[in-house]
Write a protein that binds this ligand. Structure first.
Ligand SMILES: CC(C)(COP(=O)(O)OP(=O)(O)OC[C@H]1O[C@@H](n2cnc3c(N)ncnc32)[C@H](O)[C@@H]1OP(=O)(O)O)[C@@H](O)C(=O)NCCC(=O)NCCS
Length: 188
């Protein structure tokens, strides 16, 4: 009999030049510093990217929320770290949707670390983790149509553009056209 897939994703995922590790309170300072140095880069696309999010206390609260969600099976947030020095370069999350039948990936990479392939590596690893969870038949990446860098990540990973939905723009760079990219579980 094939082994039963784990119901909860691993807390650490090795992905070549980077490691995904469950976010923890001791990451809060590094996350706040990365957000602080990246506000202009993040603000167009991430509604939470405010000066408050650049404070350690705010990030401690976000880690506590991530812990609650992890324990509840609602979603899984990881710090993205370089494999060689353990430098925190961003975050990636797997949000459970549709009563656990699908999952949505969200990510950001610090401005000074962008363009090195980190989001692509992290999202590929996160896709495999998501599709390995029992009951999950598809993983989605949602991005605004104007966010060419994020759409490039989905396209490079073989996601297909399933649809474009109209929605209220939540961040200043957004057009209000939400691209929904999809990867299905391959039949065994
Ligand atoms: C989107 C984001 C995560 C990409 O991270 P990254 O680590 O720089 O991405 P990668 O290095 O893996 O690059 C992926 C592809 O995007 C392309 N890309 C990167 N920046 C780009 C830009 N500004 N415009 C167009 N394409 C871009 C790269 O060329 C690359 O494709 P290639 O290898 O074929 O050249 C990062 O830019 C970011 O954090 N942006 C702000 C937050 C955000 O938009 N998050 C996603 C919300 S849906």
């Amino acid at each position: 009999m094939p082994p039963t897939p784990a119901a909860v994703p691993p807390e650490r995922v090795d992905a070549g030049r980077i490691i995904l590790r469950r976010v923890r309170a001791s990451d809060a300072s590094a996350i706040a510093a990365a957000v602080s140095a990246s506000l202009d880069h993040l603000r167009p696309w991430m509604p939470w990217a405010t000066s408050e999010a650049a404070e350690r206390g705010n990030q401690l609260g976000r880690v506590a929320e991530a812990d609650h969600n992890w324990e509840s099976g609602l979603g899984y947030v990881y710090s993205v770290l370089t494999a060689d020095h353990g430098t925190l370069v961003g975050e990636i999350a797997l949000h459970m949707r549709d009563s656990g039948h699908s999952a949505e990936i969200g990510y950001w990479i610090a401005a000074g670390q962008a363009g090195r392939g980190y989001a692509t590596l992290a999202a590929e690893a996160m896709t495999s983790v998501g599709l390995a969870l029992p009951g999950v038949t598809k993983v989605e990446i949602h991005c605004d149509a104007a966010n060419t860098a994020s759409a490039a990540v989905a396209r490079k990973l073989g996601y297909r553009l399933d649809r474009i939905e109209e929605r209220h723009a939540e961040a200043p760079g957004e057009s209000g056209q939400l691209m929904v990219w999809l990867r299905d579980r391959q039949p065994c």
